[in-house]
Structures are given as C-alpha cells and as structure tokens.
Design a protein around this ligand. Sequence first.
Ligand code: BGC
Length: 355
Amino acid sequence: MRPPLTGRRWLVIVAALGVMIAASTGLAGCASANDGGVKIALLLPDSKTARYAAFDRPFFEQRIAELGNYDVLYSNADQDAAAQQSQAESALASGAKVLVLDPVDSAAAASIVAAANAQGVPVIAYDRLITGGQLAFYVSFDNEKVGSLQGEALIEKLTKDGARGGILMVNGSPTDNNAAQFKQGALASISGSAFPVLAEFDTPDWSPDKAQEWVAGQITQYDGQIAAVYAANDGIAGGAIAALRAADVSPLPIVTGQDAELAGIQRIVSGDQYMTVFKPIRDEAGLAAEIAVKLVKGQPVTGKTTIGGVPTTLFDPVAVTIDNIMGTVVSGGSYTVAQICTAEYAAACAAAGIR
Ligand code: BGC
C-alpha cells in the first residue's frame, strides 16, 4: 500500500516538478535562440607543456561561448597517439560536428581525419599539421620562423659574447611535424656558423625528463665544450637547465626556448635561460573557434594562404629576451609583473626594470 502523502512528501514532489519544468523550458529556450548546443571537439596532445591548459583550452572555449550555444568536448591525449585516436572516436560517437585536432602524431592522425570525414565531419588541424587526409583548415604559427628566431638569437648572442665551443641541439618530438620545422629554421642560422652542433636529440613526447636525461649524458661527453643548448621549447629548456645545474656547469651555456611559459620567463629573469618565443595563442585558438563554427553552419572558410591545397592561416611568433618581457608577455596580458616577480625573482626583476 502507498504511504499517505504527508506535508513533507508533497513539498519534495512539488520542488522536483519545479526543477523539471525549469530545466525543460530552459532547454527549449536555448534551442530556439541559437544553434542549440552543437558539439565541437577540441583534442589537444600534451599535458606536460603548460600552454594547453593555461591558454589553448580557455581561449578556445571563451571564443566558442561568445559565438553561440555550442558544447566543447575537450580531451587531452597526454602524449599518447592511441589514446588520441580513441578520444577522437568517442567525440564522433557523441555526435561532434567538427574536430579541432592538435595531433600527437602528425602522420598517424590521418586515420582520425579519414574516420571523421567518413561521417561527414570536417577536421581543423590545430597548431600541428596533419600530414595526410582531407583537412578543412589549418591554423598555426609560422613554425619555421619560430626556429629561425631561436637559431638567430643563439648565434648572435654567442658571437657577441665571443664564445667558443659547440651546440647541443635538443629538438622536439619526432612525431610532431612542427618539431622538424623548428629544427630546420634553427639550422639555417646554426649550420655554417662558427659553432658546430656537438650532438642532437629528438626528444620523445617533448618530455622534459627525457631531455634532462640526455643532456646529463652529453655533459659528461662534452665537458667544457658546450657553449649553448638549442632547446626547442621551454619544457625542454627546463630539463636541460636542471641537468646543467645538477652537474655544476658554470657559466651556464646559452639556452633557448619557446612558448613564453611563466617558468621560462622567470628563468630568463634569473639569467638561467637566454630567450623564448612568444606565440599569440589567443589569436590561434580564437580563429580555430571561428572556423569551427563556420564549418558547423556549412559556411565557406578561407585562410590567408594554402598549404597542400588546405586553407591555412599562420600567425607570427616573437622572440623574447630580458629586454622585451615588458613589451611582449606583460603588455600582451599573458602575465602580470606580480606573477613573474615573485619573492624569488624580485631582485632580478628590479635590476632588469621589470616592475
Ligand atoms: C607546439 C609548441 C609546444 C610543443 C610541445 C608544438 O607542436 O607548437 O608550442 O611547446 O608542441 O607540446
């Protein structure tokens, strides 16, 4: 037998009905007012590099929210190409209408593009090119220029210092198409300079730990001969500098980087790292969001150029040294002076006029 409806049970039922009605009218309102929660997948490659969580994801989600009522299905593959394949498959199974894909493996990701296209879902290659398959768009930076900014800064500084010795090249992941472009851009200045490449390493997964381990081994081998370390990004620079510090190498060689990570900027302030490369990720992520929404709506998309027939836009990177931190990452809003100049860096900041 049903228990009698006491005053309290009535209250619970009425409250529950209220919630249900509010939820259903809310949903109906959204559906008629805009595109109705169409799903767009953002598939990022790497959780060891700070930029993805700090900038790419939030800037992308922010721009998408400004453009209407879309659901961003976010995943990060943590450097695992097989995991990225299954993340893409589950995004497709959940009904994603566009994939924005930053591939762990630029070649293997062609199979993700094929699977998406087979369901009529267009794919935007985000930051790293996908070398195969029919892409709808490619958005990135001029990656060869990133490498040439690194190589030029390195050779100029070594020349200015009258340094002697050679360079350790610690490149990015061998499965990342960008890494080859960074290396090619850097070698344009390094090859033919007075500073030979002593040894080079393609860092699996862009892993700072693996870079550190490799550099530690080279310090033993090239004791006293290392004038500079070409580090492809700030994560690798951090690993290389940790190895140099652990071996008490003094003075520290000139070290490059990329991404203008907060830790990289702080190492530039303290003098451990010579330079990094700032890439305006807000522009990259914002354009990816705009193109994704156009594709959802079936509108045509055009880029500033084409690569292999794919409409493409490449933004410009900027070299950052101690001399232009204020005019780049601070004025551009990446970090405040307070974030950079914590107690540990306060004196170095003051000496460099960062205040
Ligand atoms: C990106 C870099 C990043 C690296 C490691 C590259 O493809 O362009 O900004 O540091 O991957 O994630």
